[in-house]
Design a protein around this ligand. Structure first.
Ligand code: AMP
Ligand code: GLY
Length: 423
């Protein structure tokens, strides 16, 4: 069969690699892809939001399955448009992708169905939000309702900061229309865990756990980014916590979406915080995490295409999802200055080294080929992933591999997986 993957980051590079490995797949295309993806898939210069062009391309190439990697096209309804044209697609329809697309929706859903999450209020009126904040407990968390590249969350220490935050989100529209509505929620403390799951509308199967590092700097300092590195599994996600999450969070979320007439098929990514009062949902995403996918999918034993098709057909209960009994760590190599401003177009060397070593991967996030030379083309440039028999070995391997690659403004965090030492 022929598969088309939509997106252009490290996550899509992993997805394309899995698709290329599948026995069911003869040919992989990616729109728009990047220079690394080009090595496993044929890339087409079509943007992820150019729905008409994607549909036309899928028809022209007789694509059997489209996998939508990114949140924007899912929330915008790409799966609905593909299905309307008779093309099979993996990912939630628009009415289900709202689980990520609107934080106000997801908070109301959790409240209605008793799914543990932080206490909150939703606001469409900035004055009402500020009035509420006058008597609130600090720190407090402000969230733009819509998609904001993982950056629409402000943690405010006092009233003055929170008031400025309301202005930024709702009046200055720093995150665009994502700030037409806002969630104000209780500040929680605890360890964060990402759990990615496959969902077929009724059945949910969890993948191995992971932990992201969202801040740009060592010691969780600096601005929020898309993610600077991950490890998998999380040693803090114990079997007891897993059981609680399965009973109180995962299945209830799938059932709630069904009960609301918003049957969810695809990936639900649960962003959890392990608080003193038990696990609570920080956020839902409707796609694989990036860079969570870079440590989770290389450890998956199943054929991704088989699992995706089982989700679409409502047969996920027939799949025995299995992961390797090892660990993986991903360290992101970014451009100095990310996530604010950075130079692009800088030559990258050392990429050949990955072909010589099993269990090491270099997933491209922002790269381009210019006259046969790989150059940087984004804030996050590469995701360097390595496996190991345990987390410590995987971390040592991943950091060793970050030294194979050179580019002039290379930047990375040096403490990815530091939490492992506290486990
Ligand atoms: P989100 O995009 O909702 O996952 O938020 C981004 C990051 O902000 C999370 O990964 C947390 O580190 C932090 N965060 C979000 N909500 C809360 C909360 N209620 N309490 C504490 N930290 C939070
Ligand atoms: N790494 C976080 C995300 O993909 O949203």
């Amino acid at each position: 069969m022929k598969v088309l993957v939509v997106g252009s980051g490290g996550r899509e590079h992993v997805i394309c690699s899995c698709a290329a490995k599948s026995e069911k797949v003869d040919k992989v295309y990616c729109a728009p892809g990047n220079a690394g993806i080009e090595q496993v898939a044929e890339c087409a210069p079509i943007g992820a939001m150019e729905f008409d062009k994607i549909v036309a391309f899928a028809k022209e190439k007789e694509i059997d399955l489209v996998i939508v990697g990114m949140d924007d096209p899912l929330v915008g309804g790409l799966v609905d448009e593909l299905e309307a044209a008779g093309i099979r697609a993996f990912g939630p329809r628009k009415n289900a992708a709202i689980l990520e697309g609107s934080k106000a929706f997801s908070k109301d859903l959790m409240k209605k169905y008793n799914i543990p999450t932080a206490a909150y209020e939703n606001f469409t009126d900035p004055d009402a939000a500020i009035k509420y904040l006058e008597t609130a407990k600090f720190p407090i968390v402000l969230k733009a309702d819509g998609l904001a590249l993982g950056k629409g969350v402000l943690i405010c220490e006092n009233f003055e900061e929170a008031k400025a935050g309301v202005k930024e989100i709702m009046l200055d529209k720093k995150f665009g229309s994502a700030g037409n509505e806002m969630v104000i929620e209780e500040f929680m403390t605890g360890r964060e865990v990402s759990v990615l799951t496959f969902v077929d509308g009724s059945t949910i199967k969890t993948m191995t756990s992971a932990q992201d590092h969202k801040r740009a700097g060592d010691g969780d300092t600096g601005l929020n980014t898309g993610g600077m590195g991950t490890f998998s599994p999380s040693p803090f996600y114990t079997p007891e916590i897993e059981k609680f999450c399965e009973e109180k969070i995962f299945q209830p979320t799938v059932d709630a979406m069904k009960a609301e007439g918003r049957e969810f098929k695809g990936i639900i990514f649960f962003g959890l915080m392990l608080t003193e009062d038990g696990p609570k949902v920080l956020e839902y995403n409707c796609r694989f995490g990036d860079p969570e996918a870079q440590v989770v999918l290389p450890r998956m034993k199943n054929d991704l295409i088989e699992v995706a098709e089982a989700c679409i057909d409502g047969r996920l209960d027939e799949i025995d999802l299995q992961f390797e009994n090892n660990a993986a760590v991903c360290v992101v190599l970014a451009s100095e200055g990310y996530p604010v401003s950075y130079e692009k177009g800088i030559p990258i060397s050392g990429l050949d080294e990955f072909e010589k070593h099993d269990g090491y991967y270099c997933f491209h996030a922002g790269t381009k080929l210019v006259d046969g030379q790989f150059v940087t083309n984004g804030g996050r440039v590469l995701g360097i992933t390595a496996k190991g028999s345990d987390l410590k070995e995987a971390r040592a391997n991943a950091y060793a591999a970050t030294e194979w690659v050179q580019f002039a403004n290379k930047y990375k965090r040096n403490d990815i997986g530091k939490a492992i030492d506290e486990a």
